[in-house]
Design a protein around this ligand. Structure first.
Ligand code: DGL
Length: 291
């Protein structure tokens, strides 16, 4: 199987390059995609951004594959019609590892996905013990297993499907952080020691929520490791498609936030969003109807 990381944008890059103030829609199940939004915005501050959190269906990690494909297609149908983005970033590993082919088939808009950063992890490790920390959905995907076989054949990769960490990241931003012991328990299986003394030296943050907790994860980790956040690579991929800031551009683009339920929108969360430059937040209600 050929694995084309984050590629497959269906529209020619030339059509987007140089577009004045392109509209970029960044999508996740909740708040994790903010880590990707920050990186993309840093590279292209003049663009218009729409950040959408599908909080009505959070967490995606608990949805079955057919339900997740149907949900993302249904939500995207509405978002593409309303916001008419020039490019969409699926800032969610759980969705990207499954839904990108269906999205690219359905829409002419180019999609950039986020998938587990196995390739840079394999390049960075010295002990050849790498851990992949993700949602249970991402850990189960054949896409993830194919990535490992293609890029990390020389490494022992420990897959850790965390049931709670994405929720803990949401709580952190909403002003209700969990304690260190809860975080430590969630990441403990990532830290492996072999009888020959080798130990895990690289952990892939294969869920966009996790970098929101990075300083706390570093503080509770049993030993220092390299944590790999794919956000800068995603920003580079977006720049390849839309080009750098045009010379004539001045100032900063706008950033609108939209949530499909809005129940996560506490006052501390609104403040955290405003700190990240999203002060205009709307509820775009799209309830989750599970069969
Ligand atoms: N942020 C999402 C990801 O990158 C997942 C969180 C969820 O389970 O909804 O996988």
């Amino acid at each position: 199987m050929r694995i084309d990381l984050m590629a497959g944008a269906s529209l020619s890059a030339a059509a987007l390059r140089g577009a004045a103030e392109p509209t970029i829609l960044v999508f996740d199940s909740g708040l994790g995609g903010l880590t990707v939004l920050d990186a993309v915005r840093h590279a292209r501050p003049d663009a218009r951004y729409v950040y959408v959190g599908d909080d009505a269906a959070f967490p995606y990690g608990r949805l079955g594959e057919a339900a997740l494909v149907a949900r993302v297609l249904a939500v995207m149908e509405r978002l593409v019609a309303v916001h008419r983005p020039d490019l969409v970033v699926i800032a969610c590993n759980t969705a990207s590892t499954l839904v990108l082919p269906a999205l690219r088939q359905r829409f002419a808009t180019p999609f950039v996905g986020v998938v587990p950063p196995i390739k840079p992890a394999a390049a960075a490790t010295r002990s050849r013990l790498v851990s992949l920390l993700a949602t249970p959905g991402t850990v189960a995907r054949s896409y993830t297993h194919d990535l490992i076989a293609t890029y990390a054949g020389a490494c022992a990769v420990t897959l850790v499907g965390s049931p709670n960490l994405a929720g803990y990241a949401e709580a952190e931003l909403a002003g209700a952080p969990v304690d260190d012991a809860a975080l430590a328990a969630e990441i403990a299986p990532c830290f492996v020691t072999e009888p020959d003394g080798r130990r895990t030296d690289v952990v892939c943050l294969a869920c966009t929520h996790y970098p929101l907790l990075l300083p706390r994860l570093e503080a509770v980790a049993p030993w220092p490791v390299t944590w790999i956040d794919p956000a800068p690579a995603i920003a580079r991929r977006v720049m390849q498609l839309i080009g750098a800031v045009p010379r004539q551009a001045d100032g900063h683009g706008t950033a609108l936030g939209a949530f499909t339920a809005g129940s996560c929108l506490t006052a501390p969360l609104r403040a955290a969003l405003a700190d990240r430059g999203i002060s205009d937040v709307a509820v775009e209600a799209i309830p989750l109807l599970l069969q």
